[in-house]
Design a protein around this ligand. Structure first.
Ligand code: ZN
Ligand code: ZN
Length: 246
């Protein structure tokens, strides 16, 4: 029996902030599109701009993946869901933050994270929502039913409920498991991996990145900066191990 061939998927970056500072992503093939992350509240025009360029609109979005509960990724989920009518998939461990029941806590990884926390910008509440599909513990969710060769996997560490999307076994969108550039991410040095401003469990992050890399993923797309080749991610994994041992 011939295996069903999915059409080739393209990963388009949606600049929520310019210069790679905050990215969302659109997976596109001839079957439609999947949105990964929704950006800060009231930034739907940034997503619309990319959709339009591709001759698509919000109705073409078949699924919304929320990589984790931080406001720069989940902050506009409720609005995008109402514009697109697409279901939202996310991880159960971050559910109390999506629904606003619990306030996020932030483990700063350096001076920028600490300073950024002080501004209060990242702790702002956003419109609460309830994901339609919830991954539990290390569950996976195949994207074949949506017409895509890919899967959503659980990758805890940045937050407990962080998830990533593997596309065609060779590319991955990993949210904030890793970032690059300076400050929030992006601007310059975008080819150099670094820890995001906040990270709950560096050892767990290094393990999840290693698992994705071992699967044969060669290009990593991320919420801040990037994309990064596998070799740079492997370098970062080694660095994270020393951080975790301190
Ligand atoms: Zn984050
Ligand atoms: Zn982020």
């Amino acid at each position: 029996m011939k295996k069903y061939q999915f059409p080739k998927t393209y990963i388009h970056t949606i600049p929520i902030f310019p210069l790679g500072m905050i990215n969302a992503f659109l997976l596109v093939n001839t079957n439609g599109c999947i949105l990964i992350d929704t950006g800060l509240p009231n930034t739907e025009n940034k997503i619309n701009r990319v959709l339009k360029k591709l001759n698509l609109d919000f109705n073409d979005i078949k699924l919304i993946v929320i990589t984790h509960a931080h406001i720069d990724h989940a902050g506009n989920a409720s609005k995008i869901k109402s514009l697109s009518a697409a279901p939202i998939i996310a991880h159960k461990a971050d559910l109390p933050y999506f629904t606003g029941e619990k306030k996020m806590f932030f483990c700063a990884t350096g001076w920028f994270g600490r300073l950024f926390s002080l501004t209060g910008a990242i702790q702002r509440p956003y419109e609460a929502f309830k994901p339609d599909i919830l991954l539990k513990s290390s569950e996976k969710f195949g994207l074949n039913d949506f017409g895509f060769d890919g899967e959503v996997i659980s990758t805890p560490g940045h937050t407990e409920g962080s998830i990533s999307v593997i596309v065609e076994n060779t590319q991955a969108v990993v949210g904030d498991l890793i970032s690059s550039g300076i400050l929030l991410g992006g601007i310059i040095r975008t080819n150099r991996a670094k820890r995001p401003p906040f990270e709950e469990n560096p050892l767990k992050v290094s393990q999840e990145l290693k698992t994705i890399s071992d699967q044969g993923v060669s290009t990593f797309f991320m919420g801040h900066g990037g994309p990064l080749p596998q070799v740079e991610v492997l370098r970062h994994i080694e660095k994270l191990k020393t951080v975790a041992n301190k």
